[in-house]
Design a protein around this ligand. Sequence first.
Ligand SMILES: Nc1ncnc2c1ncn2[C@@H]1O[C@H](COP(=O)(O)OP(=O)(O)OP(=O)(O)O)[C@@H](O)[C@H]1O
Length: 582
Amino acid sequence: MLKSLGRIVKWSGDRRKRLYLGFVYSFFHTIFTALPIMGAAHGLNLILADHRGEAELSSWWVGGMAVFMVAAVAGRFWFAYLRAVAQESVGYEVTAEQRIRIGGILKQVPLGFFDKKNAGEIASAVTTDLSFIEMLGMKMIDVVVNGYISALTLVICLAFYSLPVALVALAGILLSALFLKLLGLQSRKNAPVHQQAQDNMVSAAIEYIRGMPTVKAFKQDGVSREGVRRAFQMSKEINIKIEKNYVPYNTLHQFALKAASVGIVAVSALLAARGVMDLPTMLMMSIFSFVIFGHVESVNNAAHVLEVIDVTLDKLEDIEQAEGSDRNSRDLALSAYDISFREVSFAYDDQRDVLKDISFVIPQNTTTAIVGPSGSGKSTICRLIAKFYPADRGSVSVGGIDVSEIHGDSLLQHISMVFQKVYLFQDTILNNIRFGRPEASFEEVEEAAKKACCHEFIMALPSGYETVIGDGGSTLSGGEKQRISIARAMLKDAPIVILDEATASVDPENEQAIQQAISALVHGKTIVIIAHRLATIRNADQILVLDEGRIVQRGKHEELITQEGIYRRFMAIRQTAEGWEM
Ligand SMILES: Nc1ncnc2c1ncn2[C@@H]1O[C@H](COP(=O)(O)OP(=O)(O)OP(=O)(O)O)[C@@H](O)[C@H]1O
């Protein structure tokens, strides 16, 4: 528990001074809680003495006592207020910064990071997990640290009146702390399981929502709902099991404190019966027995929460320590745009190389078509050019500079990418195209849209360029989305264009429009194109034929078509598909 508290304090960074200040306020808050009780006991003592005729109480004394009581109560609230101001907002402030920091880190990490972690894990880290620390981190500091400061301060106050009573109180606190330790050990085992169940639930929910169109198309909602239902059921069962595990330790913790309360009253009564303690002090001790453990009683919940916070902090640290792909890179302005792969090998995981010892050069302002069977590594080559993943061996360079030396943002300024699977943001069409160059004027956006053959269909939409596209761009057809993404790339006007030529989901009319848009986009650029269309392949300056991660043929169409091999077979299939004659 102490370790977890230490981590929360460390997590607070520069704001930890406010936490320490809060501890001081908490100490004074307790003193001011104890003062009215001690004042009342003192007053009662004097009143009794007055009754016995041993002393005489003046009205000045009564007035002074009243002022003292009011001041003590006011002081208590004042220090409670100061503590809350110092400590409580720290969690919100730190999490706000951390969310932004993690956003920046996620932008820097190679895409492989997202392959290794599932979406639910990352989503819950930046949403529910951080919210958990945001809401409960400071509460735990208050409950545990301030709780113990309060209890120990009151024990010291008791010690001024009676050492045996103070020792009983201390024994209660120590015994309850021992049971809390056992509860903490139990929580340490349970917290990762609880966290995993939470991640699984988020992943299952994301998967369910993402897969909804496919589920509906195949009428399989029963099957997909089953996954979510199982994750929810599992989470419920784990939570119930965890709660049951805690019951014995919770009970023992509460028992130790209640027994100590009874012990304080009993020892005080015994001392009073023997004449060692006066009656007002005994009454004061009885009142203390109610308030002394008030704060530490709720620490049992904290033991579990702190273990979950510990696991959550591990997860966040894991993300924060993810190695960015731009570690040794600089902002570099490229002056040439040729691309070269030198003996490049790459694997997504440790299992198998997806690219094997690949070398090629794409001269500036030429078009290179990459062809090959599905899974041969075409998209992977494009991802390595854009530095989405680092090469495992060999080097990838652009303009003669190894991409590992170029900062990702710098490199991508020079590259436009048009993917087969287009992602459009849930925003206006204008902003979706402007994503290519945020500072572009409306006229420039319109011009790019015209060149990309999307102006007409955009104007036919109810709000034109201001039309908000649904989640993931779902209100547009596949071809329209593709053309918007081409307009985006066109607006960016980068010297290198990486293009995944989509044909499958597009009707002939749309395809013609897309081809027209692509021709406008690629004019005078260095083009890498994952090619499917015969016309594109035939017109390419260079064709790379890929098979199982190796370049098996390379050259121009006229040379390759005369050679026996994959290319010829591939072309024959494409010709049949497009209805061409040899
Ligand atoms: N993120 C990933 N994690 C693990 N393996 C991957 C990942 N992406 C691709 N692969 C694997 O790498 C190999 C090459 O994939 P790649 O997408 O480069 O092929 P491709 O030639 O572009 O295929 P297609 O024409 O079907 O798009 C495939 O076996 C694929 O399963």
